[in-house]
Design a protein around this ligand. Structure first.
Ligand code: URA
Length: 197
């Protein structure tokens, strides 16, 4: 990393994307244990994430938390991050340049966490990590492989939590994909499933 300091998993300073530097209140780093089995990757922080400095704390976060709980998982046991760590203006999608500028931070995080599976939340992270067009609704629940960071990794394609708010027919898809994600957790590593108690 030439112009951004990454101390372990935290990016503490970065000015690669002038528009995002202008828009953001802060850099929103990933949260969750550094040895998590599951790494969820969203698109970019929205207003609430930018205010609170944590990924998925707005309405999408509530949907994600509920979905995790229903799948027997706890938010505190999984790692959650975004493709881009600064809020884009008007919640627009990150540009290709912005995604590219943040890619090294994400790959470093993937390498450090070394998850059993990377779960992409929505179209932007799926296409960014798989480097191809993805029909998220059709492909949700599929586990595919991709070269990420220094290794080939399993990627589980999932719809974005917000999609279930706009289109209730996506709820079952979202729920069954999180069930699939839960199959990759290892109870012996301390990542317990709530349903086991
Ligand atoms: N949507 C995302 O993709 N990421 C967040 O952190 C919040 C909403």
């Amino acid at each position: 990393m030439s112009d951004g300091a990454i101390d372990g998993l935290e990016v503490t300073a970065c000015e690669r994307c002038p528009t995002l530097v202008e828009c953001r209140s802060r850099i929103v780093n990933g949260t969750g244990p550094a040895d998590a089995d599951l790494l969820f990757v969203g698109e970019a922080p929205g207003q609430y994430e930018d205010e609170q400095g944590e990924p998925f704390v707005g309405r999408s976060g509530d949907v994600l938390d509920d979905g995790l709980r229903d799948a027997g998982l706890d938010r505190g046991d999984v790692r959650i991050t975004n493709c881009v760590r600064c809020r884009p203006p008007d919640n627009r999608d990150p540009t290709d340049d912005e995604l590219a500028n943040c890619r090294g931070y994400l790959e470093t995080e993937i390498d450090r966490i070394d998850p059993e599976v990377v779960v992409t939340l929505g179209k932007v992270p799926a296409e960014h990590l798989l480097e191809r067009d993805v029909g998220v609704t059709n492909e949700a629940g599929d586990v595919v492989e991709a070269e990420l960071g220094s290794e080939r990794r399993r990627v589980l394609i999932c719809v974005h939590p917000a999609a279930t708010l706009y289109d209730p027919s996506q709820r079952d898809t979202f729920a069954s994909t999180l069930e699939r994600a839960a199959e990759f957790t290892d109870e012996t590593s301390g990542q317990s499933r709530i349903g086991d108690f």
